[in-house]
Design a protein around this ligand. Structure first.
Ligand SMILES: Cc1ncc(COP(=O)(O)O)c(C=O)c1O
Length: 330
């Protein structure tokens, strides 16, 4: 089976497993795990922020980050297909008391005209005030689309004028960085808080981080524990993340090339494939998924007529070529 369902299906390489086995560990709830501390410092530095916090999932990093800038009864604006709106099972409302309103863009992009219409200043005890704007780079359900740096900078200006925060869901910010050559610190500069994942394209088995100010991270540390996600000798997992940062960022370019190859075989416009995700319209997506599985390729249906393919560390060039041939035959 060639598994193109998600970049979360990767298994740690032997070298990553060796790094995990050798990790120095301590009790991270006591702040005594040196490998976790290393990872948190390293990631904060990459984005030129003060601090970072290791979390088991990207969803939790998003919850902690959003709640650090949006209080209960306030709202965050985001694109309608954003992961925080569509795929975190209402966590931001259920846990943090945050409401959301959304703008729509077929490629998940920033649309300042729509955001300007949605933006709600604090008018006293009548309306929900906007406290933050959240963006996703790359945008998962918009087919791994990259948000251009100029648009992010324009949004920063918009948010500063209105004194609201920006949250960047950077589960795949590494893919945006490799696809565009934009330094990670430039992405860090446009956001007050970020969530970044090690367990997608970077191939670690577990792990994400919230990134922000020291104050926001100290508060998030309390909330992480409150939500039951204080972890102990978790340096074994942080070591996988450090290994991934050292060895698995630049190779994302291969995943992008493989996605372009798959797009071509599916007749998808390559202009719509920025990184490692290909979204194709098929009149009956679930039946197409079943036919592909019978032919040896796993893909996902992300809507009744939408199929998604994701390339990753465990898909070689030969796998991508074989999958392209099989899918073209369907
Ligand atoms: C854009 C985006 N943000 C956040 C997440 C959440 O990550 P996790 O599955 O680790 O909770 C995902 C997961 O695919 C994602 O695609």
């Amino acid at each position: 089976m060639i598994d193109l369902r998600s970049d979360t299906v990767t298994r740690p390489t032997q070298a990553m497993r060796a790094a995990m086995a050798d990790a120095e560990v301590g009790d991270d709830v006591y702040g005594e795990d040196p490998t976790v501390r290393d990872l948190e410092g390293r990631v904060a530095g990459l984005f030129a922020h003060e601090a970072a916090l290791f979390t088991p999932t990207g969803s939790l990093a998003n919850v902690l980050a959003v709640r650090s800038v949006v209080g209960p009864g306030q709202e965050v604006l985001c694109e309608s297909a954003a992961h925080i709106a569509r795929a975190e099972l209402g966590a931001h409302g259920a846990i943090s008391g945050v409401t959301m309103r959304t703008w729509h863009h077929p490629r998940g992009q920033i649309d300042l005209a729509q955001i300007g219409t949605l933006f709600a200043p604090d008018l006293g005890p009548f309306f929900v005030p906007t406290a933050a704007i959240a963006v996703e780079n790359t945008h998962n359900f918009a087919g791994g689309a990259v948000l251009p740096l100029d648009d992010l900078r324009a949004l920063r200006g918009f948010a500063d004028e209105r004194e609201v925060a920006i949250h960047l869901d950077g589960a795949r910010i590494w893919n945006a960085h490799v696809a565009t050559g934009t330094p990670l610190a430039e992405y860090g500069a446009v956001a007050d808080v970020l969530a970044v994942c090690l367990s997608k394209g970077l191939g670690a088995p577990v792990g994400s981080l919230m990134v922000g100010t020291s104050e926001a991270i100290e508060e998030a540390r309390v909330w992480r524990k409150r939500l039951g996600a204080g972890m102990r000798q978790v340096g074994v997992l942080a070591a996988a993340g450090l290994y991934a940062l050292d060895h698995h960022i630049e190779r994302l370019a291969d995943d992008h090339a493989h996605a372009a190859l798959l797009a071509e075989s599916l007749g998808v416009d390559p202009a719509g494939v920025d990184t490692n995700i290909v979204v194709a319209e098929r009149s009956d997506a679930p039946a197409y998924v079943a036919r592909a599985r019978d032919a040896g390729v796993l893909v996902s249906a992300v809507g009744p007529t939408t199929v998604r393919l994701v390339t990753h560390l465990d898909v070689t060039r030969a796998d991508a070529e074989a999958a392209a041939r099989i899918l073209a035959g369907l």
